[in-house]
Design a protein around this ligand. Structure first.
Ligand SMILES: Nc1ncnc2c1ncn2[C@@H]1O[C@H](COP(=O)(O)OP(=O)(O)OP(=O)(O)O)[C@@H](O)[C@H]1O
Ligand SMILES: [Mg+2]
Length: 223
């Protein structure tokens, strides 16, 4: 296995009688962007949550940068906050009572970064998602696509080595999803490993992805 990748091997996640993920294997190298495609309920969110450390898999192995963060045998389970990754959730969990800027700054302020550094990093993240002009806007006054980009900026602001982005089962126009061929996959993320999920037509590869896998009923159907 290579040193600096996300490596998922034979991942199984069960919820009682439901087997949400049944033996998924893939690798994502630095600078690569994998999209997990597939219909609703096929296990995309569960796979991302398992990588993030928010779901305890039933069996299998997950390595980040060559080190196991989860393994069933021998038993390893590194807590989410020590995995060095950011996850954007299907519901963006944006605070409507805050401005766009404060939403993105929140996690840095909680970690008590100096305000000058907070400002620099937040501006950089907002520019990356093309929201540089909207920092002062109330987050309650944004379009769906803009909210999604705020959530993305909030993940980028930490310069994570792994970015997990759970795209919504969305009624949004495709053009409003993470906007066209986003510059972020090329610039900032040149060493970031990115995994996104997307429900939608099978084998519809996203323009920003370098790799794609299609899940069907918890298993990889095509890659
Ligand atoms: N906490 C849970 N308890 C029981 N079953 C669950 C739980 N979470 C998810 N599931 C089931 O696991 C399967 C996979 O769910 P998952 O959320 O990973 O699908 P998904 O591919 O992300 O779907 P969508 O495109 O609708 O977001 C589904 O059958 C779902 O009902
Ligand atoms: Mg999902």
């Amino acid at each position: 296995m290579s040193q600096a990748s996300i490596e998922v091997r034979d991942l199984v996640v069960r919820y009682g009688a439901v087997v949400a993920v049944r033996g998924v294997t893939f690798t994502v190298a630095p600078g690569e962007h994998l999209t997990l495609l597939g219909p609703s309920g096929c296990g995309k969110t569960t796979t991302l949550r398992a990588i993030a450390g928010l779901e305890r898999p039933t069996s299998g192995e997950i390595r980040i940068g060559g080190s196991p963060v989860f393994s069933s045998a021998p038993a390893v389970n590194v807590p989410a906050e020590r995995r060095g990754l950011s996850m954007v959730f299907q519901s963006y969990a944006i605070w409507p009572h805050m401005t766009v800027f404060d939403n993105v700054a929140y996690g840095l302020r909680v970690r008590r970064l100096p305000e000058t550094e907070v400002t620099t990093r937040v501006r950089e993240a907002l520019d990356l998602v093309q929201l540089g002009d909207l920092g002062a806007r109330s987050a309650s006054k944004l379009s769906g696509g803009q909210q999604q980009r705020v959530a993305l900026a909030r993940a980028f602001v930490f310069s994570p080595s792994v970015l997990l982005f759970d795209e919504p089962l969305s009624n949004l126009d495709a053009k409003l999803r993470v906007p066209r061929a986003p510059s972020w996959t090329r610039s900032r993320a040149s060493r970031t490993r990115v995994v996104t999920s997307a429900s939608g037509r099978l084998r519809t590869r996203r323009p920003y992805a370098t790799l794609s896998n299609t899940l069907m009923w918890g298993q990889i159907a095509y890659d």
